[in-house]
Ligand binder design. Structure first.
Ligand SMILES: Nc1nc2c(c(=O)[nH]1)N[C@H]1C(S)=C(S)[C@@H](COP(=O)(O)O)O[C@H]1N2
Ligand SMILES: [Mo]
Length: 508
């Protein structure tokens, strides 16, 4: 092709790139927001609903089940034609006209979108985003053209190439996220369609009076799933369908076996109130939460595999390659489980759907494998869990801790009556007493919230009439064996933080 011929192709191509880039932008926004549709879909929907039935049946007879695809082909063709026209306009100096055409398309898309199901005022945003992106791309293409003398815009070959590459990458990204979101929706549907088994052993209803309802700032007794801390190495949450899930138990056992999700949940289940904490939780930190878990006994399952005497470690693996190991001796009758539900719902995707391990008294990194797929009986001198070679302890029981939730560190208060309140945990022993000390005075016993289990945290509070001035507040717990939480500080590394949570506040 001659150079001038190539140049004359630049105009329509630029228009097509700008217009399709815009549509991709709108489509991307729609993918991210559940009840938005991409402008193409909205316009397609209106066409499908309004096309005369004669035309519709003609399309169906000619294109059969591909009528939707036919519509997409028609719309794509329209985009090409309009894009070419916009490009020509733009280059020939009709910059305003080309923007006006894009604006008109945005109006059509917006009107189409408000007739979509579940539409609201914001449903027009994808169309507006599309128009915005298209205009921005055109501006970019024309940016080097020092004002359109004699009505023509210069577009450099380099810019056409750049903008085309950007739009092509947008297409790739949008396809990948589109696929990811579609898959995620599939797993979400699977999750909400799980019918949770009735536990053979039920705990009391969780609707007891929660002191957090009357003490502002105090942690709720049960941490809602949506507020539960999340710690994992997964860049993307693994997607596992219950129908495709299975758990293999093998290694140093006489009877290795594998069970499906249905087999798992048809075993006897039980409920467990249990607080889990991350070893990386600083004194006073947020990486701790309490939930009612539903699951299957882990010791029973392991016993069925008949471990060999030389196995001293239970190593669990997740679908994404994470692993965690703890001593076989930990299964001493405590309620360790393969959990399938959390606070009355199937495990949230972020918390390990369809199944994870929960072991009372152990930090998450040695026990609480999410997206569990494999348990191996092994030896500590043979295998290490994910975090152990990275400098964390092989054995990691949760340390006794107490935390001041309110007031918060460094806060400015108004003098007067308020509550000092928080939570304390000491699995498996349970919390006997929590004491608070203000300005290095005497330790005062706090009121304790409901005791639901020794494996959970306990809420505590005292009333305080804050005088004007600066104050230091500390808290410490005592477990049911009479052991007082140590004042000796330790950092989280290698086996968990310790020391008293102390905060400084000022009331003025
Ligand atoms: N698959 C997998 N499971 C995992 C982890 C992980 O990185 N991957 N992190 C563990 C750690 S370190 C903690 S503290 C807990 C946190 O559980 P949560 O995210 O449900 O609060 O999950 C554990 N289970
Ligand atoms: Mo953790």
């Amino acid at each position: 092709m001659s150079p001038s011929r190539v140049r004359s192709l630049r105009a329509p191509w630029a228009g097509i790139v700008a217009l399709s880039g815009g549509l991709l932008g709108g489509d991307f926004a729609a993918q991210l927001v559940g009840n938005w549709n991409s402008p193409v879909t909205s316009i397609g929907n209106r066409i499908i609903n309004h096309v005369p039935s004669g035309v519709k049946s003609w399309v169906i007879t000619v294109f059969g089940g591909n009528d939707k695809k036919f519509l997409i082909v028609v719309i794509t063709a329209a985009v090409l034609v309009i894009g070419m026209y916009i490009g020509k306009m733009f280059i020939n100096g009709g910059v305003t006209t080309s923007y006006a055409i894009i604006g008109a398309l945005a109006v059509i898309g917006s009107i189409a979108s408000v007739f979509d199901e579940q539409a609201n005022f914001f449903s027009i945003l994808p169309s507006l985003i599309s128009a915005g992106v298209s205009v921005a791309l055109l501006k970019w293409l024309g940016r080097e053209s020092s004002v359109k003398t004699e009505g023509s815009v210069e577009i450099s070959r380099r810019d056409v190439f750049k903008v085309s590459s950007v739009v092509a990458s947008m297409a790739v990204v949008s396809t990948i996220t589109g696929r990811y979101l579609k898959e995620r929706t599939k797993i979400q549907l699977d999750r909400i369609s799980v019918s949770l088994p009735k536990p053979a052993k039920s705990l009391k209803a969780t609707d007891l009076i929660d002191p957090a309802d009357s003490v502002p700032g105090l942690s709720k007794l049960y941490t809602p799933n949506a507020e539960f801390f999340r710690i994992d190495t997964a860049i993307q949450v693994p997607h596992i369908l219950t129908s495709e899930w299975s758990l293999k138990i093998d290694g140093l056992v006489e009877n290795p076996f594998e069970i499906s999700y249905d087999q798992l949940i048809s075993r006897p289940t039980f409920e467990l109130d249990n607080t889990i904490s991350c070893v990386s939780n600083e004194v006073g930190g947020p990486l701790v939460g309490n939930a009612r878990w539903l699951g299957v006994r882990l010791d029973d399952l392991i016993a069925e595999a008949r471990p060999l005497a030389r196995a001293d470690q239970i190593m669990s693996y997740s679908k994404d390659g994470f692993s965690a190991g703890f001593p076989t001796a930990v299964l001493d009758g405590r309620d360790a489980m393969i959990a399938i539900a959390m606070n009355g719902e199937a495990l949230p995707l972020e918390h390990g759907f369809p199944a994870r391990i929960i072991v009372p008294g152990l930090y998450g990194y040695v026990s609480a494998t999410k997206w569990l797929t494999h348990i191996e009986l092994t030896r500590f001198d043979k295998k290490q869990g994910y975090w152990v070679p990275r400098g964390w302890a092989a054995l990691a029981p949760i340390k006794m801790q107490s935390r001041i939730d309110t007031p918060t560190d460094f806060s400015d208060l108004s003098p007067g009556k308020m509550a000092i309140a928080g939570v304390a945990w000491a699995p498996l022993e349970g919390i006997e007493k929590v004491e608070v000390r203000i300005d290095k005075g005497v330790w005062v016993s706090a009121v304790l919230g409901p005791e639901i289990a020794n494996t959970t945290w306990r809420q505590w509070w005292i009333d305080w009439d804050a005088p004007v001035g600066k104050h230091e507040i500390s808290v410490r717990a005592v477990n049911k064996k009479g052991v007082t939480q140590t004042s000796v500080p330790a950092s989280v590394d290698p086996d968990g933080a310790q020391g008293w949570h102390t905060i400084n506040v000022e009331s003025a």
